[in-house]
Structures are given as structure tokens and as C-alpha cells.
Ligand binder design. Structure first.
Ligand code: SF4
Ligand code: SF4
Length: 377
């Protein structure tokens, strides 16, 4: 495999969760002065790769001030993303306008890496239908984009289809972390292996699973700190993803200077996890599995016959993440979009799922518990 990120650290600065002024809400202005300090530290440590997106509120404009206006263009790599969606580009012309806006907002002149944003089962046909693949390759021919790829949020089968249809893809951005590696829904390992088979470099997003792996339950942090008293739980997660051979950059969405300092402390001179350290992660995974969870195997025997088309195992999965990590706000947020389909409260108690379930799970009672925990205010 030929590398496309040819120099800099294996750590990328993800610009989705930049620090904000005021109460720090997503509508508050970005704290550009703090971002400047983070950018300076990152570049001083040898970092080069910055990752933003057209739809990250205020991010492209903030990185203009903090990076593009202050550093020579060849001293950093800038990645941004194009969205095919009802609220974004619905045609080749609108895609062209989106790239133009991203270039104006950042003042970057060109993008080193340009991604079709978040290909999944819903968006995959839109990118085809609107002619956006062709448009991106035209933009590359004009020098506005150096490398083109996509970020991906679906199963390995769809990824294989997309890469088979578009062998010109230069890289893929995948959600990889040790918790999702064998997750039947996210399929991080299977997706990574598809990229290896297609000889595509991988950029990793969500190595810390949106912060979840930085705030672990005590049973897990005890194992980590016993193995290395100075290494943060987040450092284990970032190094895990960075240790995969086809991974070129691991993006960390940093929100403050302390996170930047922590990330740089172990990624400045990155060393892959040793076998012994991989065993520590295996021990943590085992400890997490011992937490009392819904023992759903994700077999989907219950779903085809559900008259309400409730996504039962996907709902159980969100509840299980809550049971392990205890982060109620995050679980409620995940529940609003991640499982898809109707809510647990729409169950009409027909009992079909319980008859179909080989694990003999009390599905209806479990859904009631989920309504109480995740739906009711
Ligand atoms: S009991 Fe509820 S979840 Fe189960 S099949 Fe019937 S409607 Fe679907
Ligand atoms: S049949 Fe049972 S184990 Fe299988 S997905 Fe449904 S609830 Fe889970």
C-alpha cells in the first residue's frame, strides 16, 4: 500500500469538537484564541493533519484564523468533507458551490484531503445520483483537491460494494476503536479488513468513541492504571487504533489544551502497542463484558416478524452502552438516532419477538425498562 499521508505525526487534529466560549454549547462561538494555542502546540510537536467538515458549525472559519492565516500552506494538511443531503448538496452544481464555500471559509486555496461525508445506506445512492463522485474527480484534476476519499458509517458489505464500484478512491475514514472492533453493528474489524483487501489507506475517526473510552468505569480504569500509572485511558484507545498497519492517521477531536497535551505526550514519539499492552486491552474488554448487560446476541431472529418494525437489538445495544458506562445523557442522545425505526414505546406487546428469541429474553419487559430510562423525561 502506498502512503498518502507522507509526513507528520500519526495523530490528526479533529476539528469537530473545538472549544467554545460562553456555556460551551454548539451554538456558542468557537474560542479561537484557545484553538490557536492548540494549533501551535500540535505543529511544534510535528503534527500536520487537520480534519474539518462543511457541516461542523464554525469549524472551517475558525481554522482559517488559527491555522491557514498563520502558517505557510505547505506546513500542514487540511481535510474537509462534502455532504450530499437535503440540507446540503443535491446536485453537482450544489457540490461545486459547497467546495467553493469551504475554500472561502478556510482560505486554504486547496484541500489536501477531500471526503464524501458519511457514506451509509441512506446517503450512498445520493452521492451517485447527484454526480458527486465525478465532480470530486474533476475538482482533483483542477488541483482544488489533492486526494479524494470518503468517511464511512455502515457495514463491511456496503463498504466492499462502494470500493468495488469506485476503485479510484484514495483513502477511507473509518470508525475504529477497541470497543467497536468486534461490534456486530459497527463492524470496525470487518470494515478495516475490507480496506486492507482493497489496498486502501485508513484514516481513523472516533478512536475514543466520542469520549466514552476516556471516561471508563472503575473496573476498567483500575486495569489501565495498574498496567501504567502514567497513561490515560484515552491514550490506550488512540494507540490501539494507531497500531493497525494500514492506519495512516488517527483523528482525535480535541476540545481543550489539556487534551492536546495528553495526546501529544504519547503520540509525539508514537510506539505501537506491545503484545503485553494488547493483553491489557483484552482484560479491559473482559471486565466490561462482565458488567450486567442485556444478553442479546444481535441474531435478529426477533425483528422480521415485529409488526411495528422495532429495531430491537439496536435498541438493546444503546441500552447496553448505558449499562456499561452509566452516561445517561449520551445514551439518551444516542437513542434518538442510533437504532433507527420506531421507539421502544411503540411496542404493542404482541409477544412475537419473545417466541422467536433463542436467548429467551423478556423482550417486552426490557423494552419497558428502556422506555423508563431513555424516553421518559
Ligand atoms: S412485542 Fe413489541 S417488539 Fe415484540 S414483536 Fe411485538 S410489537 Fe415488536
Ligand atoms: S432474537 Fe433475542 S437475541 Fe436475537 S436479536 Fe432479538 S432479542 Fe437479541
Amino acid at each position: 500500500m502506498e502512503n498518502i499521508v507522507t509526513d507528520g505525526l500519526k495523530l490528526g487534529f479533529g476539528l469537530m469538537r473545538l472549544p467554545r466560549l460562553g456555556e460551551g454549547k454548539s451554538r456558542d462561538p468557537i474560542d479561537v484564541e484557545q484553538v490557536k494555542v492548540m494549533v501551535d502546540k500540535f505543529i511544534a510537536a510535528g503534527g500536520k493533519y487537520f480534519d474539518t467538515a462543511f457541516i461542523y458549525r464554525g469549524s472551517e472559519a475558525a481554522i482559517k484564523e488559527a491555522l491557514c492565516d498563520r502558517y505557510p500552506r505547505d506546513s500542514y494538511y487540511l481535510a474537509t468533507k462534502l455532504n450530499a443531503a437535503d440540507f446540503a448538496a443535491k446536485s453537482r452544481e450544489e457540490a461545486e458551490a459547497q467546495l467553493k464555500t469551504s475554500l472561502e471559509r478556510t482560505g486554504a486555496q486547496y484541500f489536501d484531503f477531500y471526503l464524501l461525508h458519511s457514506i451509509d445506506h441512506e446517503s450512498v445512492d445520493k452521492y451517485e445520483e447527484y454526480g458527486i463522485w465525478d465532480y470530486v474527480w474533476d475538482a482533483k484534476a483542477k488541483g482544488l483537491v489533492k486526494h479524494a476519499g470518503f468517511s464511512f458509517h455502515a457495514d463491511a458489505e456496503l463498504l466492499d460494494q462502494v470500493l468495488t464500484r469506485h476503485p479510484e478512491t484514495e483513502f477511507v475514514q473509518l470508525q475504529i476503536n477497541y470497543l467497536d472492533w468486534e461490534d456486530p453493528e459497527i463492524q470496525a474489524r470487518a470494515c478495516y479488513e475490507v480496506c486492507v483487501r482493497h489496498d486502501k489507506p485508513v484514516i481513523v475517526m472516533e478512536p475514543v468513541k466520542g469520549g466514552l473510552l476516556a471516561n471508563m468505569p472503575e473496573a476498567a480504569t483500575d486495569i489501565f492504571y495498574r498496567a501504567d500509572a502514567n497513561a490515560s485511558p484515552a491514550s490506550w484507545a488512540v494507540r490501539y487504533a494507531a497500531s493497525l498497519p494500514n492506519v495512516e492517521v488517527v483523528l482525535s477531536g480535541m476540545s481543550n489544551i489539556a487534551q492536546m497535551d495528553d495526546n501529544l505526550s504519547y503520540m509525539k514519539d508514537f510506539k505501537p502497542l506491545t503484545d503485553q499492552e494488547q493483553n491489557v486491552i483484552a482484560d479491559v474488554l473482559k471486565a466490561l463484558q462482565e458488567v450486567d448487560r442485556i444478553p442479546c446476541t444481535n441474531c435478529h431472529y426477533c425483528t422480521p416478524g415485529c409488526p411495528m418494525e422495532i429495531h430491537i437489538p439496536e435498541i438493546f445495544n444503546v441500552m447496553n452502552v448505558y449499562k456499561v458506562y452509566g452516561d445517561l445523557a449520551r445514551a439518551r442522545d444516542d437513542y434518538t438516532w442510533r437504532p433507527g425505526g420506531p421507539k421502544a414505546s411503540e411496542c404493542i406487546k404482541c409477544g412475537q419477538c419473545e417466541e422467536a428469541c433463542p436467548q429467551h429474553l423478556p423482550v417486552m419487559d426490557l423494552l419497558d425498562e428502556i422506555v423508563e430510562t431513555l424516553e421518559k423525561k
